[in-house]
Design a protein around this ligand. Structure first.
Ligand SMILES: NC(=O)NCCC[C@H](N)C(=O)O
Length: 408
């Protein structure tokens, strides 16, 4: 029987992928809170959904099974006691001001008939204006300020790549960097514990969402069945990478080495996959700013079960040649040789490609300079529009979480 999770590369033929169709949470974005919610602008929801549906259709056309986070989460809480425990966890983490308000929201959630509708409401957040009861005078003391939300929306959910990462047959449920993204991982907890697709498979858990140090899926790349690449970035701490390595070795997932790349702590390079993705056995898209010497930590297990860490300083090309045991990898620059195009197209996720098979990837059509360079290097491109989707600062890799890839 195929494992419900099987991801031993970035490029093996994609068989099953998890997406989230952008929903009402995007309509709860407001200009005053964009920075906290990690958005640069407010996407127009109908158009964002149209673009996202085209992405899903393309994947299906390529023979990929597309499953949705919101459906799996709703199916995972089908037992009444699981549904109650989900609502309890959700409310505990929602940072609601006032117990009266919590009780009121709990009653509202309990009354929602279908689980799918319940999940949609939890994702969208709850504006105070939706709570009729708050309009009565006796409850004015519960309204602490002019802040519009009783519970914040989770607008970044369509970037399914980040709140957890599938690594081999296991999953790391991540501790997210920002308050706004931390609650997203609750859905993963319920899906991997209770959903019929996963619950009897004893999925190895490789990271704990309540851990003290942070890690995000955009920094977790599977370069081969032996090798992972991790970003030490704005979002991922070095301590988390060590913990992940320990869990991977202890649970015998199969990976032999983790390479941790120090890419600095900037929003434009928030994750490793915003500057570096794998296209083929020997081809990678990169942002030119990471072409020089990089500091890389190579983490492996010694024969007596200890963790060994070796610091290296070398170019990305030399590191990849060495650890992938390839004569010469080909690095294809985002923006080709034009520094302005590189900056602009990296900002619009030109380097953030999703491989659906070796040498075949999905890209945004809005990055023509990068796309031309990729085509000239012999990569097969499938285009999607991303005018609205890109406003959240993520591309095709960020918007997809592979559950099953064919082994290569
Ligand atoms: N892997 C990725 O780079 N994901 C993009 C996440 C964008 C989102 N607005 C965030 O800042 O977390």
């Amino acid at each position: 029987m195929t494992q419900p999770i099987n991801v031993f590369s970035e490029i093996g033929k994609l068989k099953t992928v998890l997406l989230h169709r952008p929903g009402k949470e995007l309509e709860n974005l407001m200009p005053d809170y964009l920075d906290d919610l990690l958005f640069d602008d407010i996407p127009y929801l109908p158009q964002a959904q149209k673009e996202h549906d085209a992405f899903a259709d393309l994947l299906r056309k390529k023979g990929v099974e597309v499953v949705y986070l919101e459906d799996l989460a709703a199916e995972a809480i089908s037992e009444p006691d699981v549904r109650s425990s989900f609502i309890k966890d959700y409310l505990e983490e929602a940072n609601i001001k006032g117990t009266g308000l919590t009780r009121m929201i709990q009653a509202k959630l309990d009354a929602i008939r279908t689980n799918r509708e319940l999940i949609d409401v939890t994702m969208a957040g709850i504006p105070k204006s939706d709570l009729e009861e708050l309009k009565s005078k006796s409850l004015t003391d519960m309204i602490e300020s002019d802040y519009p939300f009783a519970i914040d929306p989770m607008p970044n959910l369509y970037f399914t790549r980040d709140p957890f990462a599938t690594l081999g047959t296991g999953v790391s449920i991540n501790k997210m960097y920002s308050v706004t993204r931390r609650r997203e991982t609750l859905y993963a907890k319920y899906i991997f514990t209770y959903h019929p697709r996963f619950k009897d498979s004893n999925i190895p858990m490789l990271y704990d969402r309540h851990d003290s140090t942070r890690i995000e899926g955009g920094d977790e790349l599977v370069l081969s069945k032996d090798l992972l690449a991790l970003g030490m970035s704005q979002r991922t701490d070095v301590a988390s990478i060590e913990k992940l390595a320990k869990n991977i070795f202890e649970q015998k997932i199969g990976f032999k080495r983790l390479l941790a790349f120090d890419i600095g702590s900037k929003r434009k390079f928030m994750h490793l996959d915003t500057v570096f993705t794998m296209l083929d056995y020997d081809k990678f898209s990169i942002h030119p700013e990471i072409e020089g010497d990089l500091t890389v930590y190579s983490i492996s297990e010694t024969v007596d079960g200890k963790i060994e860490i070796i610091k290296e300083c070398d170019s990305l090309e030399a590191i990849l040649n060495k650890y992938l045991e390839i004569d010469t990898v080909k690095l294809i620059r985002c923006g080709g040789n034009d520094p302005m195009a590189a900056a602009r197209e990296q900002w619009n996720d030109g380097s953030n490609t999703l491989a659906i098979a070796p040498g075949e990837v999905i890209v945004y059509d809005r990055n023509p300079v990068t796309n031309k360079a990729l085509e000239e290097a012999g990569v097969t491109l499938n285009y999607i529009a991303g005018s609205e989707l890109v406003r959240g600062r993520g591309g095709p890799r960020c918007m997809s979480m592979p559950l099953v890839r064919e082994d290569i």
